[in-house]
Design a protein around this ligand. Structure first.
Ligand SMILES: Nc1ncnc2c1ncn2[C@@H]1O[C@H](COP(=O)(O)OP(=O)(O)OP(=O)(O)O)[C@@H](O)[C@H]1O
Length: 256
């Protein structure tokens, strides 16, 4: 089962939503553990997981399926959403705000008490079994006026807000994921906290738990701490030389 350290009561909430056939929306910054959480819960509940990374070209057919040419015949091929419905699995739509409107509209009859997936192209009307669950995530930080979930979509989900794990939890997560000793992880956590405090001033997003895991992995593999920090906690955050110089000052203050 994929390792997941809970931040609060999210595991219990997920299970409750699944048992009661309610769709779930996870809100939170990039790299804070949403995808890992869903993978962990799918394994825990023994359901197959179908993950879709949404983007602005994603159409309804990418979710439901399409006719494809196979050896001279046209054969219907289920998309990930249809596979999850047929197989009683969990369908996870990562960054759902990126998907086109026609793609999100497909979700409507599945995410209210009808729980059906109409497949116009095949003429089927699939009823979702009780084990099926739809989970979607998005990062409220990135949103602009054009990219917001419509109230008619968002009000179909039970929603949980995620954030980066509290420092002591994040230290355990990073140590567990990278194999680096918790004592050596500690200054990285402190640095992440200082860098996150710059969000909104100089930075669009604070450093993610994912980047902290990368940093600790490189240190554990033998890279010098300052080099590891530079390539994981400075360079990925900004291209602006002034902003990077500011980040490097924060690094120096901790790793003098
Ligand atoms: N609570 C946690 N338990 C275990 N690992 C975690 C936890 N939180 C974060 N991680 C680690 O952080 C990494 C990034 O998390 P994940 O991929 O789940 O982010 P995300 O929130 O889904 O990001 P995105 O929105 O960009 O897809 C994971 O691969 C894992 O190593």
């Amino acid at each position: 089962m994929p390792f997941y350290l809970p931040q609060g009561n999210e595991c219990g909430l997920f299970e409750l939503a699944w048992r009661h056939q309610l769709p779930l929306l996870l809100k939170g910054p990039t790299g804070c553990g949403k995808t890992r959480f869903v993978a962990h819960m799918a394994a825990r509940l023994g359901r197959p997981l179908f993950t879709v990374s949404c983007h602005d070209d994603l159409t309804a057919a990418d979710l439901t399926g399409r006719y494809l040419l196979k050896g001279g015949d046209t054969v219907w091929t289920d998309g990930p959403l249809t596979s999850a419905v047929r197989g009683g699995g969990i369908c996870y739509l990562d960054e759902v705000v990126e998907a086109r409107k026609d793609a999100t509209v497909v979700l409507h009859p599945l995410t209210d008490d009808r729980r059906i997936l109409p497949l116009e192209r095949t003429g089927e009307m699939l009823a979702a079994p009780s084990e099926f669950m739809l989970v979607a995530s998005y990062n409220p930080g990135y949103q602009n006026v054009l990219k917001q979930l419509k109230p008619s979509t968002r009000q179909r989900f039970v929603a949980i807000e995620f954030d980066f794990p509290a420092p002591e939890l994040e230290r355990r997560v990073v140590a567990e994921e990278s194999g680096l000793d918790e004592g050596k992880v500690q200054p990285l956590i402190l640095l992440a906290q200082r860098l996150r405090a710059l969000k909104g001033h100089d930075l669009e997003e604070g450093v993610s738990t994912r980047l902290l895991v990368y940093c600790a992995t490189l240190i554990q593999a033998g890279l010098a701490v300052r080099d590891a920090v530079q390539v994981t906690m400075v360079e990925p955050l900004s291209d602006d030389s002034e902003v990077k110089a500011g980040l490097e000052e924060v690094v120096k203050a901790i790793f003098a």
